[in-house]
Ligand binder design. Structure first.
Ligand code: NZQ
Ligand code: ZN
Length: 391
């Protein structure tokens, strides 16, 4: 890794009550009209939406609202948002919620500023030229979308889930108050922690010569997330634990632990199909698939998995193969401990059929038009085998 690019321009406002500043931030930025975008009921119920809207009113920032974003956000809502933005001359989108709301906001921003059908940009048929500026008041530590260049959207027609990764989609600012995550159900908290871990793991399991600094940063981040995920299971209102994972979420996916470009990302691709077809929580889907992927690929570079086992899980085993396998077992045990599923049966609460596995693999291979992964390049046959192992 003798060359890399690093770009993380998001301004972060971290800590208690930072959400009350949102009106002041937007007033200073001189935007004319804001779309306040939110999800189901959580932001209303917690009072956060009122806090945000009151702050905008106090600072004379004009706005309209659009709620109803679902987990695994859908294209129809994005299209609705694009129409509203065009009718109302919106020039800034404020997401109030989690990764789904934020990704929907980014998609609306792309749709407003680029010609034609926004879905074509998610299919990679066209490259976006611009995006409306987006900011976020975050309510869940998970995807890192607040500092990442990604937006992931599901097209309900066919259940296809696709990502658009472009630096135009990086947030202008992110308001991160760990207290806003107290109201999360345990399952979402732990699913979020799993996703945070996985954004670092996807980068860590690579075949390039990395910088020692990046590797040790990644290992620290993983240890901190594991420790705090366990604390949060029994103490959801522990501010310090919430703060650790919230900051880890952002740093796990803003490329500071290593570049996205040399990472593997196969587990994310395999999971996105699960999200598109079955609307499962993203982190839970990753937990269900990871150990099967790891056991399928670790022999490509066992010393990397052995290092992970020793430095993240304190496994004292001299033999690389044995250490690698012990590290995978330890990860699986941890997922169990935080009530995450470790196979597809546990994820879906039913058996997955062979026909569904074929469909998942077909979609994941973009109808046999791509391979996935870099640690080991996976063909459609490999994808099918991994889904089968995860059954
Ligand atoms: O809709 P509401 O009522 O807000 O409920 C949400 C939702 O049901 C709830 N929730 C959020 N904050 C809450 C809360 N409930 C109580 N209290 C709070 N403070 O939690 C549920 C999950 O929310 P969601 O936004 O869907 O979760 P997450 O942040 O995990 O986002 C998942 C989506 O992001 C994509 C995933 O694929 C998935 O579609 N990802 C986006 C990435 C990116 N843009 O960089 C990277 C990731 O790898 C991922 O693919
Ligand atoms: Zn993820």
């Amino acid at each position: 890794m003798d060359r890399f690019e690093f770009y993380a321009p998001t301004k972060v406002y971290f800590g208690k009550k930072q959400e009350t500043k949102v009106g002041e931030i937007l007033e200073k930025s001189c935007y004319k009209k804001v779309l306040v975008h939110y999800g189901g009921n959580s932001a209303k119920k917690s009072g956060l939406l009122d806090i945000v809207c009151n702050s905008l009113k106090e600072h004379n920032v004009d706005y309209v609202t659009l709620g109803g974003v679902v987990s695994n956000p859908v294209l129809s809502k994005v299209r609705e948002g694009i129409s509203i933005c065009k009718e109302e001359n919106i020039d800034f989108i404020l997401a109030v919620g989690g990764g789904s709301v934020l990704d929907s906001a980014k998609a609306i921003g792309y749709g407003v500023m680029n010609e034609g059908d926004v879905w074509d940009y998610y299919l990679g048929k066209k490259e976006p030229k611009a995006c409306l500026p987006v900011g976020v008041v975050l309510t869940i530590a998970a995807t890192g979308s607040e500092m990442s260049n990604s937006s992931v959207i599901t097209n309900e027609e066919g259940g296809y889930k696709r990502a658009l990764n472009h630096e135009l989609g990086i947030c202008k600012f992110a308001i991160l108050n760990p207290e806003l995550t107290y109201t999360l159900p345990n399952y979402q908290t732990e699913s979020g922690c799993t996703d945070i871990l996985m954004h670092t793991m996807e980068r860590y399991f690579n075949k390039v010569k990395t910088l020692e600094l990046n590797d040790q940063f990644a290992e620290s981040l993983m240890r901190v997330v594991i420790m705090n995920a366990k604390i949060l299971k029994d103490h959801p209102n522990d501010y310090d634990a919430r703060a650790e994972v919230m900051w880890a979420a952002s740093l796990s996916h803003n490329d500071i632990t290593g570049s996205r470009t040399y990472g593997d990302w196969a587990c994310h691709q395999l999971e996105h199909e699960l999200g598109g077809m079955f609307q499962v929580a993203h982190g839970a889907g990753l937990a269900a698939i990871w150990a099967s992927w790891a056991r399928y690929v670790y022999q490509e570079k066992p010393e990397r998995f052995a290092r992970y086992a020793r430095n993240v899980w304190d496994i004292r085993e001299a033999d690389d193969i044995k250490a690698a396998l012990a590290g995978i077992d330890a990860t699986e045990k941890f997922f169990k401990e935080i009530d995450m599923p470790i196979n597809l049966h546990e994820l879906l609460n039913r058996d997955i059929t062979d026909k569904e596995i074929k469909e998942l693999s077909y979609k994941c291979s973009f109808e046999e038009n791509r391979t996935i992964g870099k640690f080991k390049v996976l063909t459609i046959e490999d994808m099918e085998k991994i889904y089968m192992m995860a059954k």
